[in-house]
Design a protein around this ligand. Structure first.
Ligand code: FE
Ligand code: CA
Length: 163
């Protein structure tokens, strides 16, 4: 069985992942409202992925004969100031998530919990992808986001993301 501290930090991470899902979902709804259906769909798929991350952590606790303590998920906080601002907020958010994942790795290292270390590796790699994919959208929006036709084409492209 894993230690109390590891149990606590993983339970907190479950909450963070579900919160991420909530955040992505509220942004998705916002972009849907203004007619950017492709961006909205991309974000909704990402929200589902966040729920998957939460479930992966939950299953790990159960596999280790530990216990799950689900906490309240807070209201997603962000101000809607256009498409780029959504992705900038997400980029900052994903950096915080990466940091949280690193804290789990650090604690597992301190406790010589090799199972948790090996488990958390997947999340470390996943965070590289998360940061990269959000940043690549920001870069492109910065170059041609002002151009309505380009925005339309990008919206169409993002609509192609599969679950
Ligand atoms: Fe996640
Ligand atoms: Ca991902």
């Amino acid at each position: 069985m894993i230690s109390e501290k590891i149990n606590q930090i993983i339970n907190e991470q479950i909450n963070k992942e579900f919160y991420s899902g909530y955040l992505y979902l509220s942004m998705s709804a916002n972009l849907h409202e203004i007619g950017l259906f492709g961006f909205a769909s991309w974000l909704k798929i990402q929200a589902k992925e966040e729920v998957e991350h939460g479930l992966r952590l939950l299953d790990y606790l159960l596999e280790r004969n530990s216990y799950v303590t689900l906490q309240q998920i807070r209201t997603p906080e962000f101000e809607f100031n256009g498409v780029i601002s959504v992705f900038n907020t997400l980029y900052e958010h994903e950096k915080c998530i990466t940091n949280a994942v690193m804290q789990i790795a650090k604690l597992a290292e301190e406790e010589c919990d090799r199972q948790t270390l090996s488990f958390i590796d997947w999340f470390i790699e996943e965070q590289t992808e998360e940061e990269q994919q959000v940043k690549s959208i920001i870069k492109r929006l910065e170059i041609f986001g002002e151009d309505k036709v380009a925005l339309y084409l990008m919206d169409k492209e993002l609509a192609g993301r599969e679950a």
